[in-house]
Write a protein that binds this ligand. Sequence first.
Ligand SMILES: [Mn+2]
Length: 351
Amino acid sequence: MSDWRRKKIKELQKFLEKSGIDSALFVNRHAYLLDPNVFYFTGVDFLTSCFLVVPKDGDSKLYVPLLDYERAESSAVEVVAFEKFKHVALMLKRELRGKKVGVNGSYFTLGHKRLFRGVKLTDISDFLYSLRSVKVEEEIRRIRKAVKITKKGLKEVFEWVKPGVSETQIKARLEYVFSNEGTGGTAFPTIVASGKKTSQPHSIPSPNKKVKKGDLLLIDCGAKYKGYSADITRVDVVEGCFTKEQEEVMEIVKTIQKEAQKFIKPGVKSCEVDELVRGLIMEYGYEPFHSAGHGIGLEIHESPSFKVDNKGEVVKNGMVFTLEPGIYLPGEFGIRIEDDFLLLNGKVKRI
Ligand SMILES: [Mn+2]
């Protein structure tokens, strides 16, 4: 049982009290939509069917099916086993009726809402993202490990790749390294783009696209380690050298990433980071395609979110985020460099 999870629950409770909310309620019902906050507050991963109730004061309770009870016993909160999901839903509906209940709007579906008819629901996802954006030591250690494995995979794959290999084979080879290193798979679907396809930031790897000698090869990937994500992008040339133009763009992108790293300090607004990066890309005569970066953690995109329209968010010590400047020339090529950074004691360091 870890103390930091209890502290984070206390912070949630303080927020509920201050906001006039009686309880927070988290529901997992399907394996494809697991609220990361359940893992965050309890330390128990992959609960495909459960309820977590955090009252503004008093003890929190995690309701899990009998089959998960043994595994959930190490939870940071009290665990109750159930036989029928619907019975617990009904019991909680009665208990919470007429009360104001905070839910995570990003994961609480209309189906969940139907189970709690008569309960006053309010979205507290902004608070949850802001709470999770400041990482504790254990989380930073896990992200570091995820980054280390990701870099190892990238190194091996760029050394291994040769003309004739397809984009999906490259993806498979990379993910083999991740699995072999004991990860929980990938943090998001791996992007492998070769040749002209590198100009599409979200290019989908194809089994029919084989790399050729001299092709630009872009890989954007991340291993997941004990629930925590890495997100790194590298570009290289298959058995060859960058063209002069590619090399220039590569240098610009690297320079912009360094500028953004130097610029970020506690108190800087998230939108200012994106404004800086967009401004620099334009100064070099190119068009910005996407935002400057984003927080990473249990989810691949979390707070902080470096977007021009994100005016309210401020960067804080303890945040972990990516900086991923990219320059794209549609129909020609694209270059993006992405690394993961930690802001600690006022300094941004690459992980
Ligand atoms: Mn990213």
